[in-house]
Design a protein around this ligand. Sequence first.
Ligand code: PDD
Length: 255
Amino acid sequence: MSRAYTFADAVYEVVPYINGKAIALDLHLNRLCRSCEAIKLNADISIAEKEIQELAHQVLMNTNGYIYYQLSRGTDAIRNHLYANDLAPESFGYVTLTRKSNNHQKAKIVPDIRWGRCDIKSTALLANVMLMNQASLEGFNEIIMHRDGYITEAGSSNIFIVKDNKIFTPPKNSHILAGITRELLLKNFSQSFNILEEPCHLNLLTEADVVFLTSSTKGILVINEIQNNDYSLNQNHGPFIELREAFNNFLETAF
Ligand code: PDD
């Protein structure tokens, strides 16, 4: 039985493609490698790269989409928390053609009940699934998670908070996944747009001009409404509009 099935003993990547070109494939492969190392999964990342590229080549000629790709530890004869060291890793992947969502984003604020290694891109996402589906039952389509009042991230994306001429995002630690989209934004735009990695208290949401999310599938996505919060989105915030345009342009031209 596959350990992906019994223990979610697996890690994954989501690689975005724009006009058939992979965005930051090297960063995604590096993170896959780090995830494998963190769970002591011996996988040949050059095979992963080849399989991802083959999938892309078959389907994503000049189109936009993403590749889901996961590596799991393999199949054991009988379910056992202890794994044998000679298991052959299994890979699984698929391609999706996408159009980015512009839906009204209504977020619920929830305590972050996940484990202490959210920096590993593990397929064990049951806490995210539970929190997001409970929020959905209550009429929300996104969650903003926090630990003791400090924001960690959203259900499947990182968070940025624009206030006046500064943009804040929670620092990288084991309570968040270090998103590649987040990293691209910080590396290329933090100086020109004053983006700061700082602990973000929930109070900051109330004073924010714009709260936005980043991920490989969402790009930059604005939050329109937050539960029980005075946050009022400023649709015309000049620096934010400029940043979004510059970032989208960067994604289309830099790879
Ligand atoms: N999710 N934080 C979490 C919990 C995530 O699941 C993701 C990505 C991110 C953003 O990472 P990146 O910018 O590298 O996509 C942050 C993917 C897209 C998913 O699970 O579908």
